[in-house]
Design a protein around this ligand. Structure first.
Ligand SMILES: [Zn+2]
Length: 94
């Protein structure tokens, strides 16, 4: 857990499943603001979590990477840190 002190990603809290589509939409709207403000940058997805729509973001202040996997019932979606291994993965291996 080596986060840079004062980095905006310190406030990111992982979400293991959104309770409702509404909650997911609220999260996305809230997150869109961060993207527009340049707090996070969208980066290419290197290894997919599953067969769901997914986007990766990197903190603008450090190299921490986060993934947003869209919910697709019964899968509830995920917002969380990209594990080191997935980050190093190569697309061709999919
Ligand atoms: Zn950061």
């Amino acid at each position: 857990m080596a986060k840079k002190i004062g980095c905006s990603c310190q406030n990111f809290e992982s979400i293991d499943g959104f309770y409702s589509l509404n909650e997911f939409e609220n999260f996305r709207n809230h997150f869109k603001k961060k993207l527009e403000d340049g707090v996070v940058l969208e980066i290419p997805v290197k290894k997919k979590y599953g067969g769901f729509e997914e986007h990766w973001y990197q903190c603008a202040g450090c190299d921490e990477k986060w993934r947003l996997v869209y919910p697709d019932f019964p899968f509830k979606g995920i917002w969380g840190k990209v594990p080191e291994g997935d980050d190093k993965a190569v697309m061709e291996k999919l």
